[in-house]
Design a protein around this ligand. Structure first.
Ligand SMILES: O=C1O[C@H](COP(=O)(O)O)[C@@H](O)[C@H](O)[C@H]1O
Length: 266
C-alpha cells in the first residue's frame, strides 16, 4: 500500500509500504521521465549516485522496462564517485555497471564514468570538461537561470546523517558555487577521497529524486523534510531544492516513520 502526498515546500512524497512496491514505483518514474525527454529532445541525461539506490533501481533491467525504455538515448553520469579504481567494490560506476548497465543495451560511448587514473582534484576538473562538451552538443541541456547543466534526472540517496552525494554535513564543499564538480578529501565516510556534483548543479536539474530506505535514516528524513529551525546548519539533504525542477522523495515506511503528521491507512 502506498501513501503519496504532496508537500509543496519539499516536493512530492511517495511512501511505499513494501520495498518491492518502491522498486516498481521508482522504475515507472524513471521510465516515464526517459520517455518524455526522448520525445521532447531526443536524449535522456541521467546522473546516478551510489549505495543502496543502485539496487533499488534494479527493476529497470527487467521486463517490461528492459524492452520498452529507449536505452540508445540514455547519457549516463555519476553525481558522485569514490576516487578508487573502477574495479574496486566502492566504485559507484562498477556498482551500476555490474547491477544494471551490463544488462541493457546502453551505447558504451554514452556512459561517462569519472577518470580513475588521476588525482581527485584533476578528476573533478576532467569531469567538468566532459560535461561541458555534452552541454555544447546539447545532449545535456543548459539551465536558463544558472550557467549549470540541466540534467533530465539526478538520482540521490541519503546517508543516516543526512549527506547526499559526497556532500557531508558542515563540510566546505557544501558552499561551492563556482564549480559544477568538486573534490572532497578526508570524507567522514570511507573511502576518504571523492568527487561530487555541487549543490548548484543538483538544484538546476529538471528532476531530482531522493531515494531513502530503512529506519536508521528516519531522523534525517524528518529533519530534511519537516524541520524548519534556524539554530543549526541544515542537513545537506534539506539543501536539495530544485530552482525550477521537480523534487520527488521515494521512502519506505521505516524511513518515513518520523515524519510529522504521517498516517498510514489501516
Ligand atoms: O557515500 C555515499 O552514500 C550515499 C548513501 O548511500 P546508502 O548506501 O546509504 O544509500 C550515496 O547516495 C552516495 O552516492 C555515496 O557516495
Amino acid at each position: 500500500m502506498a501513501v503519496s502526498e504532496v508537500n509543496n515546500d519539499r516536493g512530492e512524497l511517495r511512501i511505499l509500504e513494501y520495498l518491492d512496491e518502491l522498486r516498481t514505483n521508482l522504475a515507472d518514474y524513471i521510465a516515464e521521465l526517459s520517455d518524455a525527454a526522448v520525445k521532447e529532445r531526443g536524449a535522456f541525461s541521467i546522473a546516478l549516485s551510489g549505495g543502496s539506490l543502485i539496487h533499488l533501481m534494479g527493476k529497470l533491467c527487467e521486463a517490461p522496462y528492459n524492452k520498452t525504455v529507449d536505452w540508445s538515448k540514455w547519457y549516463i553520469f555519476w553525481a558522485d564517485e569514490c576516487v578508487v579504481a573502477k574495479n574496486h567494490s566502492n566504485n559507484n560506476y562498477k556498482l551500476a555497471k555490474d547491477d544494471h548497465f551490463s544488462k541493457v543495451p546502453i551505447v558504451p560511448s554514452h556512459v561517462h564514468p569519472i577518470n580513475d587514473s588521476v588525482s581527485a582534484e584533476e578528476a573533478a576538473d576532467d569531469y567538468m570538461f566532459v560535461i561541458r562538451q555534452l552541454v555544447k552538443t546539447r545532449m545535456v541541456s543548459v539551465s536558463d537561470i544558472s550557467d549549470c547543466p540541466e540534467f533530465d534526472l539526478i538520482l540521490l540517496g541519503m546517508g543516516p546523517e543526512g549527506h547526499i552525494v559526497s556532500l557531508f554535513p558542515n563540510h566546505s564543499a557544501l558552499d561551492e558555487t563556482d564549480e559544477w564538480v568538486t573534490f572532497v578529501a578526508g570524507s567522514p565516510k570511507p573511502p576518504p577521497e571523492r568527487i561530487t556534483f555541487t549543490l548548484p548543479v543538483i538544484n538546476s536539474a529538471s528532476n531530482v529524486a531522493m531515494v531513502v530506505t530503512s529506519e536508521n535514516k528516519a531522523e534525517a528524513v524528518h529533519l530534511a523534510i519537516d524541520y524548519i529551525g534556524h539554530d543549526c546548519q541544515p542537513l545537506p539533504a534539506r539543501l536539495v531544492q530544485p530552482t525550477k525542477g521537480k523534487l520527488v522523495w521515494f521512502l519506505d515506511k521505516p524511513a518515513a516513520s518520523k515524519l510529522d503528521g504521517l498516517q498510514f491507512p489501516k
